[in-house]
Design a protein around this ligand. Structure first.
Ligand code: ARG
Length: 458
């Protein structure tokens, strides 16, 4: 018989039973559900809402159920709808009538809200830990490639010289923001909805501060209506995961490009690449492609949640049962992507010579050439115009700025001297960009230090 059968004259249609049930996916909240129930029962006992010995019996029953679930010895049923009623029914079938007292002053609405928050609170540090592991890989790659000059791009056109280390630190900074976004989100969700009841608390002397503390929350939520109708924490969390995946996806895209014969800036380790069933020469960056593809999945979760919530009146509506699968899927996806992505980056080989070659073409030292003239006293706009003409000249003759004869330089501006060649060397161009945040090895070392400090502080 259903826990809520009293008011009904008929059995639930079997199709409705299946349709309504969430146990197939919310079973993963069993630990949180039991923790919430133990905190609630303890509080009920202390407040004299139930007898202390009854609370004790309930707690022992719940602890035994937890053990048995972990051992695979508890079978959940669709009939009991969700994890909350499955555990409550199991408890009552084990300890008898005392089990029926557990749900005093509580509703599944505050119960599911607390379970879900506890679950997300538990997963955030796991994901942060994985991001920090990736940060360590980026630091390692950067330290090993401080002088590895490569072209930096805008519009995917060669633009100005940078280094592989500078590039790695760019991603490291994005990931750093992802960590702080998750930490912020954790901080905001750290309020306990338990005791909100169905929507309007209860008339029992419930101590919400006690349960909040017992469950490791900073404080109880401030408004009971809001407590049971709020899923901001899930949306904010999934949006932080979406941004994280967006970063991994951009990084993946670059790795995919860099692996192509057109670039060949990096070579993935054989263990992190795959072959083709027909083309014997192929070595494909499937891991990066999958991360890029799975990003769409995580975005999908975010859009699902936002769409579920957008038209709901307060407080709880059954629509909200649809909130768990997208969040679980986003968590699973991110936790699957991060370690394999980190290992892929860790094991890739940087092709210095190819990057150097690419950097030598495409006039990425043209800005430096203009800056050379500025240092000789010309206004930047004039210098810019002169170098534009020189580039045009080079394109016509198949020359690069580094190989253009001095007399050609001087035919456009008398300010050019033989020291221009040294100014145009890529090493000089990169080394000269010592500005805070720039690609010069010393600047990148500072960036590396900051990331290391950030990682170590956690
Ligand atoms: N399984 C439900 C969910 O996940 C639990 C809350 C049900 N509350 C209710 N009033 N029907 O949202």
């Amino acid at each position: 018989m259903k826990l809520w059968a009293g008011r009904f004259q008929k059995e639930t249609d079997t199709a409705v039973n299946d349709f309504n049930s969430s146990i197939s996916f919310d079973a993963r909240l069993y630990q949180e559900d039991i923790a919430g129930s133990i905190a609630h029962a303890t509080m009920l006992g202390k407040q004299g809402v139930i007898e202390e010995h009854e609370a004790e019996k309930i707690i022992q029953g719940l602890q035994a159920i937890l053990k048995d679930i972990e051992a695979g010895a508890v079978e959940f049923s669709e009939e009991n709808e969700d994890i909350h009623m499955n555990i409550e029914s199991e408890l009552t079938s084990r300890i008898g009538d005392t089990g029926k007292r557990l749900h005093t002053a509580r509703s599944r609405n505050d119960q599911v809200a607390v379970d879900f928050r506890l679950y997300v609170k538990k997963e955030i540090p796991v994901i942060v830990g994985m991001i920090l592991d990736l940060e360590k890989v980026l630091v390692k790659k950067a330290e090993a490639n401080l002088d590895a000059v490569m072209p930096g791009y805008t519009h995917l056109q060669r633009a100005q010289p940078t280094t592989f280390a500078h590039y790695m630190m760019a991603y490291a900074n994005m990931l750093k923001r992802d960590v702080t976004r998750l930490e912020d989100c954790l901080e905001r969700m750290d309020e306990c909805p338990l005791g909100a009841g169905a929507l309007a608390t209860s008339t029992y002397p419930v101590d919400r501060f006690q349960t909040a503390q017992a469950l490791g929350f900073r404080k109880p939520t401030d408004n009971s209506l809001d407590s049971v109708s709020d899923r901001d924490f899930a949306i904010e969390f999934t949006s932080a995961l979406s941004i994280l995946m967006m970063h991994l996806s951009r990084f993946s895209e670059e790795i995919i490009l860099w692996c192509s014969w057109e670039f060949k800036f990096v070579e993935l380790d054989d263990a992190y690449s795959t072959g083709s069933s027909i083309m014997p020469q192929k070595k494909n960056p499937d891991v990066a492609e999958l991360v890029r593809g799975k990003t769409g999945r995580v975005y999908g979760s975010l859009i699902t949640l936002l769409t579920i919530m957008k038209g709901l009146p307060l407080a709880y509506n059954k629509d909200m049962q649809e909130d768990k699968e997208p969040v679980f899927d986003a968590i699973d996806t991110v936790e699957q992507c991060l370690p394999v992505f980190a290992a892929m980056v860790d094991t890739l080989t940087v092709k210095n010579r190819n990057m150097q070659k690419a950097a030598a073409g495409g006039f990425i030292n043209a800005t430096d050439c203009a800056d050379y003239l500025v240092k000789k006293g010309l206004p930047f706009r004039d210098a810019y115009m002169i170098v534009g003409r020189l580039v045009h000249m080079c394109i016509k003759t198949g020359e690069t700025l580094d190989t253009l004869p001095l007399k050609d330089f001087q035919s456009v501006s008398g300010a050019f001297g033989p020291d221009v060649y040294q100014a145009l060397e890529l090493k000089t161009c990169v080394g000269g960009r010592k500005v805070y945040g720039g690609p010069a090895p010393d600047s990148v070392k500072t960036q590396i230090e900051h990331i290391k400090e950030f990682v170590e502080a956690r």
